[in-house]
Design a protein around this ligand. Structure first.
Ligand code: CMX
Length: 443
């Protein structure tokens, strides 16, 4: 057994009695109530999911396994000469809750390296996509195609005790995560580089190998590490994480679950917002005809966007109520490495100008920037200018967190997810006092 897997098994054994105790002794303890507003309003704030991989405090931002993002970036070991930590170290942390040592990380680097080669048919599936397909559609399909490799599906079909479900799920997760950079860069080469592909380098870590396959020099390796780490997880209720968990709860394997989560991520109110931000900024620059906009011109552009009935992309959040720490980490990197970039200068102006406007408009509960407001400018600066590709980058990072979640879902034997729905008629009857909520059967 590989070292990470051994450690994970120990952690699972320690954790299982906690979940079992909560379920058996405290199963009827009330945690929350549900209002009609929440049922119609996309279940905002409903406390109805459990994950230990990350926790999102509205005012503080995300914690991975109890660590704030600045702590994660400070504590995780970094490759020699790098500014950003190993992505493999983050995966170790998400799976075990422990900060890995250098040698524990090098074990994971080896694991990913060994498992990275794509089956031939994945290239063929990507090649067969019609022109103008969105890279997220190709990414999702390529992942679904690999479902035939699933250990979990084979073991399940042959018969495996529930207690052991986590084991082939772990194998599927590592196999898939190791391949995602290969899949993504092949899509990039096919769609934007006339199919001119750069072969992976098995001696590089996840971030450096990704940069290498994208044909980018330093510090794009650090940009990639940072990008994959900040996008990895945002607790369980967001569309991508929830979709991954939901599909996996049917005991669909990691390939089917992660490709479903990628489809959820591809919506403009979620992961696609990073490409929307850049498109919106470039349109503005185009309008300005190359001149640097004044604060008043930026203000006017934001108001025009709102008056046309559009949202300001990259601002607002369903849970966060302050500036997203994932935004701040990218901002600090940008201030250090690209302060004179013309796109960054606009991003920087927006940082000051958008929140008071959204406050004045009075609709958005959170007027502050989210991570998507910064992601695109970094990619643009380092020459990845095909912004349809940006959500794929988000997708690689998010897969790391969702894979960790699915492994733990299986380890703790979380059941099929199946909430109950009501009709508008029933809601009206409850609202008008014609029936009592207690009278509605819940099972
Ligand atoms: N610009 C303009 N209006 C906004 C806004 C923004 N950035 N953010 C929220 N609002 C509006 C909403 O559209 C909503 O208007 P209506 O009442 O007319 O429907 C109102 O403010 C209240 O919304 P909210 O409760 O503050 O926000 P939600 O939880 O409903 O939605 C989000 C959250 C992210 C979808 C929303 O803020 C948004 O559309 N932002 C822009 C898109 C974006 O950046 N998405 C990426 C989020 C991060 C990610 O998942 O990747």
């Amino acid at each position: 057994m590989a070292k990470l897997k051994e450690k994970l098994y120990e952690k699972i054994q320690e954790w299982r009695p906690r979940t079992a105790r909560l379920l058996n002794e405290y199963g009827n303890t009330v945690v929350d109530q549900i209002t009609i507003g929440q049922i119609i309003g996309g279940m905002r704030g409903m406390k109805s999911l459990v994950t230990d991989i990350s926790y999102l405090d509205p005012n503080e931002g995300i914690r991975y396994r109890g660590y704030t993002l600045p702590e994660v970036f400070e504590k995780l070991p970094k490759p020699k000469g790098a500014e950003m930590p190993y992505v493999e170290g983050l995966f170790y942390l998400l799976l075990t809750g422990d900060i890995p040592t250098e040698s524990e990380i090098s074990d994971v680097v080896d694991e990913f390296s060994k498992r990275r080669i794509l089956p031939r048919y994945v290239y063929e599936v990507i090649d067969s996509f019609p022109c103008c397909s969105h890279p997220m559609a190709m990414f999702s399909a390529a992942i679904t195609t690999m479902q035939r490799e699933s250990f979990f599906a084979k073991k399940y079909a042959a018969g495996i005790p529930k207690q052991d479900y986590w084991d082939p799920t772990y194998e599927d997760a590592l196999n898939l995560l190791a391949k995602l950079p290969e899949v993504a860069t092949y899509i990039y080469a096919k769609v934007y580089r006339d199919g001119k592909r750069i072969q992976s380098n098995p001696f590089l870590d996840y971030g450096a190998n990704f940069a290498h396959m994208m044909g980018k020099d330093k510090p794009y390796d650090d940009v990639s590490r940072m990008n994959f780490i900040i996008h990895a997880d945002h607790e369980s209720g967001n569309v991508s994480a929830h979709t991954g968990h939901l599909v996996a709860s049917s005991l669909a394997d990691v390939y089917l679950s992660i490709s479903a989560m990628i489809n959820g991520l591809a919506g403009p109110l979620h992961g696609l917002a990073n490409q929307e931000v850049l498109r919106w900024i470039l349109e503005f620059m185009d309008k300005m005809g190359g001149a640097e906009p004044t604060d008043d011109e930026v203000r006017q552009y934001v108001w025009d966007t709102l008056h046309q009935g559009f949202v300001v992309p990259g601002y607002g959040h369903a849970v966060l109520r302050k500036t997203d720490p994932r935004y701040m980490i990218q901002r600090e990197f940008s201030l250090k490495h690209l302060p004179e970039d013309s796109v960054f200068k606009i991003v920087d102006k927006l940082y000051r100008i958008v929140p008071p406007i959204l406050q004045e408009q009075g609709k958005a509960k959170n007027p502050w920037p989210n991570l998507d407001a910064q992601t695109g400018v970094l990619q643009w600066h380092y020459g990845v200018r095909e912004f349809d590709f940006y959500t794929v980058l988000f997708g690689i990072g998010r897969s790391i967190g969702i894979a960790a979640n699915i492994i733990w879902d299986r380890a703790l034997l979380y059941p099929l997810e199946r909430p109950k729905s009501l009709t508008t008629d029933i809601l009206e009857q409850i609202a008008f006092g014609k029936i009592r909520k207690e009278d509605i059967p819940s099972e």
